[in-house]
Design a protein. Structure first.
Length: 117
C-alpha cells in the first residue's frame, strides 16, 4: 500500500495511524485461526511491522493494525527505499490472502484492501 504522505503531516502532528484490512474468509476456512502478517516492502531489507493470530469468521472481518511508528518514520524521510507494504494471511502454511502493492497489475485482491485516512 503506497501513497504519498501529505506535506502538512509531520512527526509531531501525527498522533495515530491505523491501517484497516478486510480479510474475507475463503469457503472451508470458517472458524480457523489465521496468521496475519504485515511487512515493509523495501529495496534493501523487508521489516516486520505486525504479526497476529486472527479468528476467521463466516463472511470476513475488518482488522485494525496500528502503523503509527512506521508512519512517523515515513514523515521523517526514513522510507527512502520504500516500495510500500505487504499484507498476507496464512492458515497452517496455506496463503488465503496476499497483497503486495508494488505488484498491482498482478494482484487479484486489490478490492479487499482499503486505506482510510
Amino acid at each position: 500500500m503506497f501513497f504519498p504522505m501529505p506535506m502538512a503531516v509531520t512527526d509531531r502532528s501525527l498522533k495515530r495511524a491505523t491501517l484497516l484490512i478486510y480479510l474475507e474468509t475463503p469457503p472451508g476456512f470458517e472458524n480457523q485461526i489465521a496468521t496475519l502478517n504485515l511487512t515493509t516492502n523495501r529495496v534493501t531489507k523487508n521489516r516486520g511491522i505486525h504479526l497476529s493470530k486472527v479468528g476467521l469468521i463466516d463472511g470476513g472481518k475488518w482488522h485494525h493494525i496500528d502503523i503509527t511508528k512506521e508512519a512517523k518514520a515515513w514523515t521523517r524521510g526514513e522510507w527512502l527505499n520504500n516500495l510500500g507494504l505487504v499484507a498476507e494471511a496464512t492458515v497452517e502454511g496455506t496463503h488465503i490472502f496476499h497483497f503486495n502493492n508494488s505488484q498491482l497489475g498482478q494482484n487479484s485482491s486489490i478490492e479487499r484492501v482499503s486505506i482510510v485516512s
